[in-house]
Design a protein around this ligand. Structure first.
Ligand SMILES: [Zn+2]
Ligand SMILES: [Zn+2]
Length: 357
C-alpha cells in the first residue's frame, strides 16, 4: 500500500513528506498510526549526531499507537486490532531472548532507528510483541475515556520507567526517589505510587513538582533551591519519618542530565539501588567506590519487555497512571517546528503528533 511519512535526509535538515510502498512480510503488520510521541532520543538523532542503526534517509518515531490494517502470512489475526507498538521489539528466538533478556536482543527492531518509524501515516513492524489495546469505547475497560493517540506514550515514556521500577525490585512500602520529574520521571513517580511505594520527586522546575504533588508524589524537593548535601538530608528525613531503611530505597535517575546523575548517585546509601533511566551523552565524575562501601547496586535500563505492556495498559486505563496532564497533542504536520521548539526548550509535557486524515 502507499504510505507517507516525514523523512530525515540529513542531520537538522527539515524533514520532507514523502511517499513509499509498504507491504507486510511474513510475521509483520502495517499499522495505521493514531499517534506518535516525540522523544528526547529523536532530538538526539536529528540534532546531536546520535547515530540511528539504519542510516538516513529514515523516518523517526518510536512511541506509536495505531490500528493494524495489513498483516503478512502467519499473523492475519491482528488485522483490525488497536495496538501499542513497543519501542523495543525483541526477536524472541535468540539466546538473549530465550534467557529473558530481550532488552539486549541483537536482532531487536526499534522503529525510527532500525526501520522507518511512526512519524507518518503508517509503520511496518513485526507482529511479535505488539500490545493489544482493549475496546476503548467500553466504559468499563476505559473509565478515564482515553483515546488511542494518547496511549502512544505508553510505548516509551511510561513503559521505560515501568521496567526500571520492576527491575529495581521496588515493593510496597519502599521509598522510590525520582531525580527528574519530566517526561519519564513524571510517569515513574505515578507507577511507583501505584505499586504502593512512597514516591519522592526531585526536580529544578517548580511547575513540574506542583504537578507531581497532585499525581503520586508523597514529597517533592526543589533541587534548584539547595545544594546536593541538603537534598540528601531531605530524602533521609523522609525515609526516617516513615521508618524506611536505605536498603529499601530505590533511586531512579530520570532527568538525563549531568547534574541529575550526580545528585542521584549522591543519594545512594547502604544497600541502595540506583537505576539509570535518563540519557545524556556527557560524562560525569563519580566515586564508584561508594558502591563497594555501601554494598549498593547501580543498573541501566533499555526500553521495556513487551511482556510487561498489558499490565501497563491496565494501570493507565484504570487511571492509576494519569496521561492527560503529562501529554500534549499536535498535528503531525507541525513536526519540523515542533522539533525546533523542543530542541531549544524542553517541554513540560510529552508531545504526541497525530497524522491529519
Ligand atoms: Zn524514546
Ligand atoms: Zn532476540
Amino acid at each position: 500500500m502507499r504510505v507517507e511519512s516525514w523523512v530525515v535526509r540529513g542531520p537538522a535538515i527539515p524533514m520532507t513528506w514523502e511517499a513509499r510502498e509498504e507491504r507486510a512480510g511474513p510475521d509483520e503488520v502495517v499499522v495505521e498510526v493514531a499517534g506518535c510521541g516525540v522523544c528526547h532520543t529523536d532530538l538526539g538523532f536529528f540534532y546531536d549526531g546520535v547515530p540511528t542503526r539504519h542510516p538516513f534517509p529514515l523516518t523517526l518515531g518510536h512511541e506509536i499507537s495505531g490500528v493494524v490494517v495489513d498483516a503478512g502470512p502467519g499473523v492475519e489475526e491482528w488485522i483490525g486490532r488497536a495496538v501499542v507498538v513497543p519501542a523495543v521489539l525483541p526477536c524472541g528466538a535468540c539466546d538473549a531472548c530465550r534467557a529473558g533478556r530481550g532488552q539486549i536482543c541483537p536482532n531487536q527492531i526499534f522503529p525510527g532507528c532500525d526501520v522507518d518509524g511512526g512519524f507518518g501515516t503508517h509503520v511496518r513492524v513485526p507482529a511479535r510483541g505488539l500490545c493489544p489495546v482493549p475496546d476503548l469505547s467500553d466504559p468499563q475497560a476505559n473509565p478515564s475515556q482515553l483515546d488511542l493517540p494518547l496511549l502512544s506514550v505508553i510505548a516509551d515514556a511510561v513503559s521505560t520507567p515501568y521496567q526500571a521500577v520492576v527491575r529495581s525490585g521496588l515493593a510496597a512500602g519502599d521509598l522510590a526517589v525520582f531525580v527528574g520529574a519530566g517526561g519519564i520521571g513524571g510517569f515513574g513517580v505515578q507507577i511507583a505510587a501505584a505499586l504502593g511505594a512512597l514516591a519522592v520527586a526531585i526536580d529544578v522546575d517548580s511547575t513540574r513538582l506542583d504537578r507531581m504533588r497532585a499525581h503520586g508524589a508523597a514529597t517533592t524537593i526543589d533541587a534548584s533551591e539547595m545544594p546536593t548535601k541538603q537534598v540528601r538530608q531531605r530524602v533521609r528525613e523522609v525515609a526516617e519519618a516513615h521508618s524506611i531503611p536505605t536498603w529499601r530505597t530505590r533511586i531512579f535517575e530520570t532527568s538525563g542530565t549531568v547534574a541529575g546523575q550526580s545528585t542521584a548517585f549522591a543519594l545512594l546509601g547502604h544497600g541502595g539501588v540506583l537505576s539509570i533511566v535518563g540519557y545524556t551523552p556527557k560524562p560525569v565524575e563519580l566515586r564508584l567506590s561508594n558502591l563497594m562501601a555501601f554494598d549498593a547496586i547501580a543498573q541501566g535500563n533499555w526500553g521495556c519487555l513487551p511482556e510487561y505492556y498489558p499490565a501497563i495498559v491496565d494501570l493507565v486505563l484504570k487511571g492509576r497512571v494519569a496521561l492527560r496532564p503529562f501529554v500534549e497533542t499536535r498535528a503531525l504536520g507541525s513536526i519540523n517546528s515542533t522539533f525546533e521548539e523542543l530542541h531549544h526548550a524542553p517541554a513540560n509535557r510529552r508531545v504526541v503528533l497525530i497524522p491529519e486524515r
